[in-house]
Every structure is written in C-alpha cells, then in structure tokens.
Design a protein. Structure first.
Length: 264
C-alpha cells in the first residue's frame, strides 16, 4: 500500500528536492577516479600511436607485446605477420587488454560513476532521466567480457614470457637482472592477480556446477579465486599503474634519457 505521508509518492520513492542529503565528501572518490583514469587514457593513447621507443633490449613495453607489426629489430619474438599494417604496432594487440579492462565489472562501476555519473555515489541522484542498464547498444556489448578474459589470459602468458626474457643483458646472455627486470616482475604479478581475481575467472573454474563435492579440484580453485576476487578492484588499479610504469621506463631507456640500472 502506498504511503500517505507528506513528501512521498508511491510505495517507496521519496520526493526530495536536494541532489543528496549526504554531508561527507562523497565526490572525492569519483573525482579521483576521473582524474587518474583520464590521465592513463591520455598517456596510453599517446604511447600507442607513437610507434617508437618501445624496445630497449631486453625490455619490451607491455603496450607493444606481442609486437606483431612492423617492429624494430629484436622486438618480435613471434614474427611480424602484420608487417603490412600502416599504423603503430601497438594498435594491433591493445584491443584485447583494453577490451578486457573496459568491460571489467570493477571498471564499469568506476567509469559509470566518474564519467557518466550513473550515479556518482551511493545515495546521490543521477542526472539522467531514463535508465536502461546494459540492455541496449552500446552497453550491451559489455556482455563480451568473458571472451575478453580468455584473450587477457593469452596476453598474460605473453607478458610472462617477456618477463623471463628480461633476465638477460643487451647481448641476450642469461643470468642478468636490472631495474627493468624487477619492474616487469612486479607488473606481471599484478597482471595475473588482476586477471585471476576476475569474476569471469571465478565462473570459469566453478560455474555451472550442481555439486561442489563431486568436483573437489574445481571447488578448491573456485575458493581460491573467490578470495582473490575480494581485492579485484585493488589489483585493477595496481596493474594499471604497473603497466604504465614499465612502459615509461622502457620509453626512457629507448629514447636515451636514462641508462638501465643493473644489479648483476
């Protein structure tokens, strides 16, 4: 039964003129997300279109890995099947990690709140008159996230391979380690934590099971991924920063601004 109290229309929704009754600084979180995420998008876009200074032996920027286009010597460990591609080689591969992040459940919440204000925070009204969720174009494309997760796993394997190769020196001799190696190790750890804590990974290892007792191995994997999933948002940000940091370090090396710090 609808309430008859003053200021109330219908059974649940109150008529409140203020945008929100919250008194805390609720706008700080969406503002910080907007600034940081925008800065990363601008930086990544510039680096992706530069098409240079992405390889400093033995380090390859994660933005260009695997390098399948017209790449500099030593950067292509899997050949150059797209050597005819007229634009930057990064644009061939970035669609997969970028698609994975754009359709990620955590990042959806982040940019829905910070860029589309839908809504900007809990208890704060959104400026839109209508809401259709993810049932119409283009947001219905978010449903391909699981397929991008499979691609992200392949990209993670390639980046792991790049990290192993980073334990060499400029002459490709094994048993060496530099600051770039350390940064790449940190980056790949965060990349895998972000990828394996994904909701799609949780579904892949434990979804569609009627009885966990009949699948003890998958149940253990599902339990482990579920624990990681609780920190999925944190890993999303850590891996975002680590990817940019590794690319920046490789850029500074390749452009001759700095020299690699070698530990042994």
């Amino acid at each position: 039964m609808a309430s008859t109290d003053a200021g109330v229309q219908g059974p649940t929704r109150a008529e409140i003129e203020e945008r929100t009754l919250r008194t805390d600084r609720w706008w700080l979180s969406p503002l910080a997300t907007f600034v940081v995420f925008s800065a990363f998008v601008v930086y990544a876009t510039i680096r992706a279109f530069m098409g240079r200074d992405y390889y400093a032996s033995p380090y390859l920027s994660p933005f260009y890995s695997p390098c399948l286009g017209d790449c500099v010597e030593g950067a292509s460990d899997f050949g150059q099947p797209f050597g005819w591609f007229p634009l930057s080689a990064a644009l061939i591969i970035l669609i997969f990690p970028l698609g994975f992040r754009l359709t990620c459940y955590y990042y959806r919440k982040a940019y829905y709140r910070s860029f589309w204000l839908s809504p900007p925070a809990c208890g704060v009204a959104e400026p839109h008159q209508a809401y259709s969720g993810e049932t119409r174009f283009p947001l219905i494309l978010q449903n391909v996230h699981r397929w991008f997760w499979y691609a992200a796993v392949l990209v993670g394997l390639v980046l792991s391979y790049d990290t192993v190769l980073a334990f060499r020196n400029e002459d490709k001799e094994w048993g060496h380690m530099g600051l770039g190696t350390l940064l790449m190790v940190i980056n790949i750890v965060f990349i895998w934590l972000y990828t394996l804590s994904c909701h799609s990974c949780r579904h892949a290892v434990g979804g569609r099971l009627r009885h966990f007792s009949r699948h003890p191995v998958r149940y253990r994997l599902w339990t482990w991924v579920s624990r990681l999933n609780g920190s999925h948002g944190r890993y999303a940000w850590y891996s975002l920063f680590s990817v940019a940091l590794v690319d920046l370090y490789v850029y500074l090396l390749a452009s001759g601004v700095i020299d690699d710090v070698r530990f042994f």
